[in-house]
Design a protein around this ligand. Sequence first.
Ligand code: HEC
Length: 137
Amino acid sequence: MTLRKTLLAMLLALVSVSALADSTKVFALDQNQCTPTPAAELRGDPSNGQALHVEHCAACHGANGRSEVVVMHMDETPQDQSDAEYMKNLPDVYLYLAICKGGEGVGKSYVMSPWGDYFSHQEITDMIAWIRTFSST
Ligand code: HEC
């Protein structure tokens, strides 16, 4: 493991632990800081999420979340988001942070850009609801 990968792995562990610990608390929404709201509010309208996903995400993640696509600049292929065994371990608040802050915000590839300035809180939760349909988690 390179130092960079080790640091990223440590960061991911920290984010995961604090995200899990925080998911039961109530936060005031702060879009710019990607501050998550309670877990119950993190799943919006899946059909609106589907439309956004097709337009902005499917090129890399595939329309079904399986990432069976070839994107030359992806150093790390995204995980299969239809894999329930994998997805059940990712809380909504983690998906929220990954989308809002981008891959580097959760210790993953920088190829996943931060979308927090681009999408509203509602739109992010709509996409989370849609992504969840891939794995029924
Ligand atoms: C340019 C390609 C690309 C686009 C476009 C893209 N992603 Fe990603 N996404 C990635 C990569 C690469 C990763 C991280 C892979 C890794 O390091 O494991 C990732 C990671 C994620 C993760 C974290 C998943 C995990 O397993 O930890 C989520 C959630 C996600 N993306 C959602 C989205 C959403 C929603 C959109 C559209 C708004 C989107 N992505 C657009 C490439 C992309």
